[in-house]
Design a protein around this ligand. Structure first.
Ligand SMILES: [Zn+2]
Length: 218
């Protein structure tokens, strides 16, 4: 089973409900983009014989098993394309209220309640890194100026460089064997590229299939 999350699409996760994503860019907003891209990725994976399922921002069902969890996003106009993955040490990010302010490894006094967290074992972290690398290998072939990309591809993030994507709450609401998040580009800045959801869904699904094949899961 492969879980594809349309980032920020409602219903949203308790504690992160105010995070509605980048407000401008291809398909009108990040939500407009992730809704369409997630469907296309699922369609391609199913055509390849994979049991692929969609989940909205609220990870559904909670703590489901599976081989892969991929969360799809795009960043604000000043951001870039990059890939985060689950790591050991520390848990999910906390924010003020339902998702405001700077991510913190511990709750703020006013953090809204979170649902129960799953754990990231060393084995899950290692598989998540492998999945992220395989996705990056495919993604960098597509994320080019010729395809409309204007920012750069940051590749797989290091464990401490980017807490926002390395301690993403979705990694703690699934029991999937490998857990990653893709910032597909920067909204507005990379819109010409981000409108190519056919191309993006092709490289994302190819990266997932590479991983499943390498682990002999298909
Ligand atoms: Zn996002």
């Amino acid at each position: 089973m492969v879980w594809i999350q349309a980032g920020h699409v409602g219903p949203r996760e308790p504690g992160y409900a105010a995070q509605t994503g980048a407000a401008a860019g291809a398909y009108g907003s990040e939500i407009g983009f992730t809704r369409i891209l997630a469907r296309k990725v699922v369609t391609r994976l199913r055509a390849a014989g994979v049991n692929a399922r969609l989940t909205p921002g609220k990870v559904t069902p909670l703590a489901a098993r599976g081989a892969v969890f991929v969360s799809l996003h795009y960043d604000v106009p000043t951001g870039r394309a990059l890939i985060g993955h689950a790591v050991t040490g520390g848990g999910e990010n906390y924010y003020h209220g339902e998702g405001f302010g700077t991510p913190s490894p511990t709750p703020y006094a006013d953090s809204a309640p979170h649902r129960r967290a799953t754990t990231v074992s060393p084995a899950v972290a290692a598989r998540s890194r492998e999945l992220a690398r395989r996705l990056a290998r495919r993604y960098r072939t597509a994320f080019t100026p010729a395809h409309g990309a204007r920012t750069t591809f940051g590749g797989v993030q290091t464990p401490t460089a980017n807490p926002r994507v390395m301690h993403y709450y979705g990694f703690y609401r699934t029991r999937a064997g490998a857990r990653v998040l893709i910032e597909c580009g920067a909204g507005v800045t990379d819109d010409r590229f981000l409108r190519r959801t056919g191309l993006i869904s092709r490289v994302v699904s190819a990266g997932v299939l590479d991983y499943l094949r390498a682990r002999r899961l298909r």
